[in-house]
Design a protein around this ligand. Structure first.
Ligand code: WQD
Length: 336
């Protein structure tokens, strides 16, 4: 019996890559997205990659009537919830918007699930729930110390899931705490496609490489790291997507709740990424050293052993793979 997965935010960066991996694993998939941070033609490109029609409904997780209609039309077995705002800096400026979309939106999805007797959910969380590291690598039992409204919204949703399960054991959930997603699909038909000037490092470097932006500003080179620039655990978006397939399969097969870091366990600096991207695009990329960005910390990376031991999850792609796939994607995007 083919199982059906609902992807909220499924037209977005991680959602679209997860769509491809779910279809490849034999699932039926339904996308809902308001397309506020995704191009409409991503659906056509997903159809091209999977060589099959895509079931997608445009709507908002704040619209409970819309959500109920989706569950009425499709035999959903589990939900993977991506639909959320995710910019740390923006969340500081707009905490109410972040609470509404990330918390109220998620509770709407959970209520629609409950009303449809669907109790399996994978939740897209983030390593920023850990806050300032007390120890590294981050393990799943590291204390939660959210600093930004974005990180707080994710902790609020994680707490809601725990309370929901305590109230009704039919619920099972997978909480996946991402480190730094990067890269693009091997087909170069989907990838990260930010609407405006990127906050994150790789999409910014990508726009320098295509000439859309003049130079990278390195936010500080006086951190306590080998080359003085910030170190992060970048994980290829396709590896991340495959982790979601393994998580939702575990829920459906074993009804087993889990909280996992999805990272590689390897930290790379800003200069590591810049050099790797130069190798990928075959040219020197301009940069300047600027002041530290408020809220940034020197270094963080994952302890990936729980996901490995529990799911058999193993990231297989390295920084050069991420940069090469990103360069192929943005080059194609620029020429399309
Ligand atoms: C990485 C490194 C910067 C841009 C954030 C969110 C996290 C997740 C991923 C959602 C840092 C440096 C960056 C630039 C730079 N998002 N940098 N110049 O801040 O680790 O994580 O995005 O889940 O929740 O917090 O990622 O890519 O912004 O920064 O020097 O123009 O690159 O200082 O050291 P970050 P990032």
């Amino acid at each position: 019996m083919t199982r059906t997965i609902l992807l909220t935010g499924g037209a977005g960066y991680i959602g679209s890559h997860t769509y491809v991996e779910l279809k490849s694993a034999g699932f039926d998939v339904v996308i809902v997205d308001n397309f506020s941070n995704a191009r409409a033609d991503v659906i056509d490109r997903l159809a091209q990659i999977t060589d099959a029609p895509v079931t997608a409904h445009k709507g908002d997780v704040l619209d409970r009537t819309f959500l109920a209609s989706v569950f009425a039309r499709h035999p959903i077995d589990a939900v993977i919830h991506f639909a959320a705002k995710k910019a740390v800096g923006e969340s500081v400026e707009k905490p109410l918007d972040y609470f509404e979309t990330n918390c109220t939106g998620f509770s709407n999805v959970l209520m629609a699930m409950r009303d449809a007797n669907v109790f399996n959910v994978v939740f897209s969380s983030t390593a920023t729930v850990y806050g300032e590291p007390q120890s590294l690598p981050y393990t799943e039992d590291h204390r939660l110390a959210p600093v930004s409204p974005y990180a707080q919204s994710k902790v609020t949703c994680e707490t809601l899931l725990r309370q929901l399960k305590d109230s009704d054991p039919r619920w099972t959930y997978g909480i996946l705490r991402y480190f730094n997603p990067a890269g693009a699909h091997d087909s170069a038909l989907i990838g990260e496609d930010p609407n405006d000037i990127p906050n994150n490092l790789m999409p910014y470097i990508a726009k320098v490489a295509t000439g859309e932006l003049a130079q990278l500003t390195v936010f500080g080179d006086d951190y306590d790291t080998p080359d003085g620039t910030g170190v992060r655990d970048y994980i290829h978006v396709v590896d991340l997507a495959r982790g979601h397939v393994q998580s939702v399969a575990k829920l459906l097969d074993e009804q087993d709740t889990h909280v996992l870091n999805l990272g590689t366990g390897t930290g790379y600096s800003v200069f590591d990424m810049l050099r790797s991207y130069e190798r990928a695009c075959g040219k020197a990329l301009a940069y300047q050293i600027g002041p530290r960005r408020a809220g940034d910390i020197d270094c963080f990376y994952a302890d990936p052993t729980t996901a490995r031991d529990y799911l058999g999850f193993q990231a297989t792609r390295d920084l050069d793979d991420m940069c090469r796939s990103s360069w192929n994607w943005v080059s194609r995007l620029r020429n399309s």
